[in-house]
Design a protein around this ligand. Structure first.
Ligand SMILES: Nc1nc2c(ncn2[C@@H]2O[C@H](COP(=O)(O)OP(=O)(O)OP(=O)(O)O)[C@@H](O)[C@H]2O)c(=O)[nH]1
Ligand SMILES: [Mg+2]
Length: 616
């Protein structure tokens, strides 16, 4: 608790324009690990953390979404406005505010500071990015600015260890109610201009030249889109080429482990569970971790460099042709990691209709959980060939599948919006400065991915492996049975029961089981196939060599039809839950499920029939 004039401040909120480093500061102050990235609109909901001041007082810090103004235009800005005004879900207003500003962009950020000053609440200003401001020769007369506004200003570097030390000190004793007088009639733009004239000097005005020079190429109407395509292309090539040695190593390890366990354990239930259930199911899924990490390495570098909003800008025209605008780009791009943060990021979209359409098409972006399924099927059914000495065919097919998802999403958006844009002049998007991604952030980002993946494998995938092993092993075949034992098991019964529905698209009963369990999480489809085939296999090599096994057991049309299914794949339960949370409507949830099911069925049907003409 911080005391001033006998007042106690124990709940303090971080407010400010988007992308000024509020979350980086929040992480630094509270030791949390919330997502930070170099574009506007990363944080879309209120987050809370705790800190203890050097004087030993506990304080709650609240991180809020960035807002350009207290006149909220989008749902994420509403959270910030309501929190500042004490109207957020019956929660009292924070006791004090830390207004974070970007020292390199004062023209924009001081306007918001003045809006906050109007609230006449105890506050401190954190002048963040002071490292970049210094490098660019921006000189700010802080004592003068402090005396005009009547609040304490603390320079910070949120990304540097110890860069918020002075702020931590100030939290203890430096909150002040601003003294600057601003009426509702005051023109804030004029005030900002005055402040800049009086307190800021830019000794090297050429500092922005680098960004401008790069943008001349990156935003060029012809070079820009080519560059974007090249970046995406390399990304998918890398996913296949770079990951291979790591995947092989993991696979070899699981095979070795399975064999050792088979030697060590007597034939029986425990051996079955460990070798066929856990080693086969979990081990096979684990082998896809390197590919996921390479994809994320790429995404993290793009996020941190400041390139993403530029890509949004480039795609604005294409998005406008289907009735969306560039603002949907970042939510859609986040959906490549997972549809859940993607759907939440739609809160930055001001138009309710555009937001809904973006939510509906977000599941069509290929999430990272689908990547292992693609990778498995591509490895099994697409030859490992190099085209024109340079391009890896498997990488091209993977890129094609991602693009198929994007094209499908655009078509759906076009149908839903009937091609009409909600905006007259579409996109107003802030282009952040380019920044070299920090090794620490990237390493941490990848580490977080490993933790998420391992915990998914440890929880949901392990559970499903065990459950599925049990379902495929019991009941055992009746005496005198002629077919394979697994046909008599519960899994076999369920699979055979649903299979007629999927027969027209070439799916066998094992796939049907995988589809149902895949609703829990998409990678489970692999776990499920690995386990079902491992339990059913006479040849013990089958489980760990799933890729080889599928390529010899399934027809090519079946493999391709399943790939097509996964472009649309009716999504996992958690995505449905977040759609319900964000839209509040069961109708929309059921509608999404139905349209995705319909599209996946249709696409697999066409793929299977067309492929059957060419392959046996
Ligand atoms: N060089 C430098 N970079 C910083 C500093 N503070 C933040 N950044 C970077 O600025 C970018 C934005 O940081 P965030 O913490 O996500 O910004 P935010 O204000 O929470 O953004 P929203 O959640 O979108 O409102 C990230 O790339 C950070 O690594 C700083 O003091 N110096
Ligand atoms: Mg943030």
């Amino acid at each position: 608790m911080t005391e001033l004039n006998n007042k106690i401040y124990s709940r303090i909120a971080l407010v400010g324009n988007p992308n000024c480093g509020k979350t980086a500061l929040f992480n630094q102050l509270t030791g949390s690990r919330q997502k930070v990235a170099n574009y506007a609109g990363v944080t879309v909901e209120r987050k809370e953390g705790r800190l203890t001041t050097p004087q030993g007082r506990p304080i709650t810090i609240i991180d809020l979404p960035g807002a350009y103004s207290l006149n909220a235009a989008s749902p994420d800005e509403e959270v910030t406005r309501d929190m500042c005004m004490g109207k957020y879900r019956n929660e009292a207003a924070p006791d004090a505010l830390i207004c974070v500003i970007d020292a390199t962009n004062l023209r924009l950020h001081l306007r918001f500071v003045l809006e906050i000053c109007r609230l006449k609440r105890p506050m401190i200003i954190a002048m963040n990015m002071s490292d970049i401001a210094k490098r660019r020769g921006i000189e700010i007369d802080i004592p003068k600015l402090e005396s005009i506004l009547g609040v304490t200003i603390i320079p910070t570097i949120a990304t540097k260890k110890g860069g918020a030390k002075n702020l931590l000190e100030a939290i203890h004793h430096s909150f002040k109610v601003p003294t600057i007088e601003l009426t509702n009639e005051t023109d804030l733009h004029v005030e900002v201009r005055k402040l800049l004239l009086e307190c800021v000097e830019n000794t090297s005005p050429t500092s922005l030249e680098f960004d401008e020079k790069v943008d001349r190429w990156v935003l060029h109407p012809i070079v820009g889109p080519i560059l974007l395509l090249v970046l995406l292309f390399i990304m998918f090539q890398a996913v296949f080429s770079w990951a291979q040695p790591f995947m092989d190593a993991i696979q070899d390890f699981t095979t070795w482990l399975g064999t050792q366990l088979s030697y060590l354990l007597p034939d029986g239930m425990l051996r079955g569970l460990l070798v066929d259930g856990i080693c086969a199911g979990v081990g096979t899924t684990f082998a896809f971790l390197p590919q996921i990490l390479i994809l994320f390495l790429w995404i993290l570098c793009l996020e941190e460099s400041g390139y993403l909003p530029r890509a949004a800008f480039l795609l604005d025209r294409i998005m406008a042709s289907v009735g969306l605008n560039g603002r949907s780009f970042i939510p859609l791009l986040s959906s490549f990691a997972c549809a859940i943060p993607g759907i939440m990021a739609t809160r930055t979209i001001p138009s309710a209709k555009d937001r809904l359409v973006t939510i509906l098409i977000a599941p069509l972006m290929t999430c990272s959980a689908r990547l292992p399924v693609y990778a498995l099927l591509i490895a099994a059914f697409v030859p490992k060939k190099t085209i024109w000495y340079l391009f890896n065919l498997q990488g091209i097919v993977l890129l094609g599948l991602y693009l198929a998802g994007i094209v499908a999403a655009f078509l759906v958006a076009f149908v839903l919006k009937k091609g009409k844009s909600s905006y007259e002049n579409s996109l107003i998007l802030e282009l952040p400065s380019y920044r070299f991604p920090s090794l620490r952030d990237i390493t941490f980002g990848l580490w977080q991915r490993i933790v998420i993946f391992v915990s998914r494998v440890g929880n949901i995938i392990l559970t499903v492996s065990i459950l599925l092993w049990a379902l495929s092993s019991f009941p055992s075949a009746p005496a005198g049975a002629t077919g394979p034992a697994i046909d008599y098991s519960y899994a076999g019964m369920i699979g055979h029961w649903i299979q007629p529905l999927f027969a027209p698209i070439g799916f066998n009963w094992e796939i049907c089981v995988a589809l149902i369990l895949g609703l829990a999480a998409r990678e489970v489809a692999i776990t499920s196939l690995a386990t079902v085939y491992a339990v059913g296999a006479v040849d013990t090599d089958a489980p760990t060599q799933l890729i080889h096994f599928l390529s010899t057991q399934w027809s090519i049309p079946t493999g391709l039809a399943l790939l097509a299914w996964y472009v649309f794949a009716p999504q996992c339960f958690s995505t449905l839950a977040v759609i319900k949370k964000e839209t509040g409507s069961w109708k929309i949830v059921i509608g999404t499920l139905a349209y995705l099911f319909f599209l996946s069925y249709l696409c697999s049907f066409v793929t299977w029939h067309v492929a059957s003409l060419f392959f046996k």
